[in-house]
Design a protein around this ligand. Structure first.
Ligand SMILES: C[S@@+](CC[C@H](N)C(=O)[O-])C[C@H]1O[C@@H](n2cnc3c(N)ncnc32)[C@H](O)[C@@H]1O
Length: 195
């Protein structure tokens, strides 16, 4: 697995995205009953979105390439008495999990990939999401001013990444809660069905 050392080392401190609670836009999805069945959170970090899905009755799993993040996610789930599965895994090779999911959530992973990496990531998602399954993805938006933090993504880029075999249902304005700058960052929340 080609781990980028920076991801693991980010978890030796407190990364700005690790806010200790689920993102409000994912809470809204959970409360609307969208995070049900077999739910996979890709790039799960310390597991907040996974534990959110689990507490809403999902069979929830999170994967991350950073071992320290997975270790912390397991500790938090145990402390909170939440049943969820966490595994160190590369989201570029999800087929290696040998599992299928009804829903995939992504809070801040899609936007870390380069243009060249996106097609392989989308293929990887497709390998584990059942037909009719939904991918809920939140990424930094090109509506966010400045150039700090992750790269900004446009609606057009999201649409261009999910063409054949996918149906982009909606791309709505959303917000990341973060531990720096204004404590909120403009995001897109995309709802994309695997057809
Ligand atoms: C911006 S952070 C978001 C973490 C988490 N979703 C959250 O909301 O706190 C991006 C995460 O993606 C993980 N990551 C980066 N590349 C990855 C890959 N190829 N496979 C799995 N996880 C990856 C990083 O380790 C990091 O935890």
């Amino acid at each position: 697995m080609a781990e980028r050392p920076s991801w693991n080392s980010a978890y030796q401190g407190s990364p700005p995205w690790d806010v200790g609670r689920p993102q409000p836009d994912f809470v809204r999805l959970a409360e609307a009953g969208e995070l049900v069945g077999r739910v996979l959170d890709v790039g799960c970090g310390t597991g907040e979105q996974v534990m959110l899905a689990a507490t809403h009755g999902a069979e929830a799993m999170g994967v991350d390439i950073a071992e320290l993040a997975i270790q912390r996610a397991r500790e938090k789930a145990e402390e909170r008495g939440i049943h969820a599965t966490f595994q160190v895994a590369d989201a570029m090779h999800l087929d290696r999990l040998g599992r299928q999911f009804d829903v995939i959530t992504d809070s801040g992973l899609f936007h870390v990939f380069s243009d060249d990496e996106r097609p392989a990531f989308v293929t990887s998602l497709r390998s584990v999401l059942r037909p009719g399954g939904m991918y809920y993805m939140m990424c930094f938006s090109d509506r966010q001013p400045g150039d700090w933090g992750p790269r900004r993504v446009s609606k057009a880029e999201i649409r261009a990444s999910f063409t054949d075999g996918w149906s982009v249902r909606s791309i709505e304005p959303a917000q990341f809660v973060i531990a720096i700058e204004s404590e909120r960052a403009q995001a897109w929340l995309a709802t994309i069905e695997r057809v």
